[in-house]
Design a protein around this ligand. Sequence first.
Ligand code: FE2
Length: 401
Amino acid sequence: MNGLMRSRQFLFSVVMGAQPDKQKKLSGMGSALESATLLRDKGIRRVLLVTTAGTLRRNTLDDLQKMLDEAGITPVVFSDVAPDPTTVHATHCAQTYQEGSCEAILAIGGGSVIDCAKIAGALAVNPGKTVADISGTMRVGRKIPYFIAVPTTAGTGSEATAGAVIADISDGIHFKHPINDLHLVPDVAILDPYLLLTLPPKITAHTGMDALSHAVEAYTNRFCQKKTSAVATRSVQTIFQNLTRSFDDGQNLELRLALLEASYDAGWAINRNFIGYVHAISHAIGGLYGLPHGYINAVIMPYVFRKYGKSAEKRLAELAFCASVAKHGASDAYNADAFIVAIEMLNVHFGIPNKLDALREEDFAKIAKRAVSEGNPTYPVPQIWNEHDFIDLLGHIRCGA
Ligand SMILES: [Fe+2]
């Protein structure tokens, strides 16, 4: 059984690792304004602008709206995106695209906004289908409209990935649909640090830890190809060099840009070598309790990485060098532990606890089932777990031991 899973994962990793790098990336102060030029050059006249009401209220997009106006482009605004968007938000967003006769999508926001816009795009090119119909792997089947992603947090990496997550709270289900399809990769990612200046320290920390979890999971997963390994390690190094400083000094544009690049790199890496059990558990917990994704990842990373034991030891030890916490000449076991402790130290700096009090024992079986169903057989994790393994781990995460 595990052998079959590994063969399938190997094939997926070869295919995903070999995907052409077709995406355009722009970065730098004020680069978001270039989206108007990109849209004009494509001959777009009407664009669906997906963002949050808060972003509009802060007048952050005034200059961009002026540029769009000058380029003769009408933005059709959809700003009804909640922090944890649901299938209802995505469906309304797709309706706005269709009713507004839009020809492209410009998503400016955090992972929630970009994910909601991606799924809306997928629904727009699949009339009559629901989110459930396209949920899973490679079920979108069609290229979504021309898509520009401009992240306003440095963490989810959604601007670089083929993935999107959306909550389903219909009929009390409380489930998060992971949707993965290469057709969802945005055509353009624009990294503009100016848009992150108002980001509160707490969100900086949570999203930064999400990015870290992407880089580490891609790197520790099996079959990680050379280029993906290089990009993931660059991301880990940049996060360790800049995240606590950016948390302490949110106005520093250089730090903000460095973290945007690290988040993009981590997204690029998971797009080639997948996420792992940190995410499989986090999606299940997030769906049930509505806790922030990056926060859950930050708490559970040390537990998951310790439980992998020998199977991830060498790769985690290598990451200890990226985090500048390795001891030369020490064993892999020693350095792997040093890396996990370094993650715990980041959590201490950010005031993130070392356990999840919200977890209820009566939900363990449901969470374990969902984690297995998301993680197996697709994610090439260092060690394959069953439902009992997850239940055991959840007990530790709940009591912090
Ligand atoms: Fe994530």
